[in-house]
Design a protein around this ligand. Structure first.
Ligand SMILES: C[S@@+](CC[C@H](N)C(=O)[O-])C[C@H]1O[C@@H](n2cnc3c(N)ncnc32)[C@H](O)[C@@H]1O
Length: 243
């Protein structure tokens, strides 16, 4: 009897392990990599490499406002005092430090990144600027590591295309966002990506995305597409809602 129980437990264990592996293989496929790519594909798109913290100078370049119209981008979010905003892939905190005063004093910015060097840069910067409502969070490649239904809005600037596990990250975002009504502008994701439809946008191909591709991937994890604000010089500003 005991032996029978032991064998069935072992069989169940291997079934679960192998079904998990084949599930992951079905989601992602692997091909020879583009020089800017990882060789890992998801829903017809090759995933790009993660930008290293050595690129902080580029994120903080003085031409950024002119090239990306970042002040308009932040207006698009319609931030209100008291809101909790997740800046996913916060990098040097370019957007986080600008958003923090907009939601203060009760609101806060969860600045999430997978590179500790980026988070340390944000800590030092917040201290210098005397901003007390930015919370740096070390995420993982597959999860935001935040409490479910704890965030009003999410901002993703130039990061989604480099998620190594876009499906897992999408599901984690879905769990973490509060549901959003049709009128009240909460429970929203603002996905900012360089426009792949436009050959004049001077960014490497794998670091751009089309609107169609972004919709395909976020709808696959449950988000509802609302609109593309289409008011930035080089980027899409795509809004998705958690129903
Ligand atoms: C190109 S930078 C953009 C930084 C910032 N959003 C900006 O526009 O200034 C992308 C950042 O996303 C981070 N990143 C990549 N994958 C991530 C993940 N799964 N979760 C959180 N951050 C991630 C990288 O470490 C990097 O700091």
């Amino acid at each position: 009897m005991k032996k029978h129980f032991f064998l069935s437990t072992v069989a169940l264990f291997f079934t679960l392990v192998f079904s998990d592996i084949s599930y992951a293989q079905a989601i992602y496929s692997y091909k020879k990599a583009d020089p800017d790519g990882t060789g890992k594909w998801y829903m017809g798109r090759e995933i790009a490499h993660v930008m290293s913290h050595y690129g902080i100078g580029w994120l903080e370049r003085s031409e950024r406002e002119e090239e990306e119209r970042t002040s308009m981008l932040l207006k698009n979010l319609g931030l209100k005092q008291g809101e909790v905003v997740a800046d996913i892939g916060a990098g040097s905190g370019y957007h986080a430090v600008r958003m923090a005063p907009m939601v203060a004093p009760a609101g806060k910015i969860m600045a999430i990144d997978i590179q500790e060097e980026m988070l340390e840069f944000i800590r030092q910067r917040s201290k210098k600027l005397n901003l007390t409502n930015i919370q740096p969070v070390l995420g993982s490649e597959q999860s935001l590591e935040l409490t479910p239904s704890s965030v009003d809005k999410m901002l993703l600037v130039d990061v989604y295309h480099e998620f190594s596990f876009p499906r897992e990250m999408g599901l984690s975002m879905f769990r973490t966002l509060k549901p959003g009504g049709r009128i009240f502008l909460g429970g929203r994701i603002f996905l900012i990506e360089f426009r792949a439809e436009d050959p004049d946008v001077p960014i490497k191909r794998l670091h751009k995305m089309t609107e169609t591709q972004a919709k395909r991937e976020l709808e696959a994890v449950g988000f509802v597409f609302e609109k593309n604000l289409d008011n930035l010089p080089w980027q899409h500003c795509l809004i998705f809602r958690k129903p």
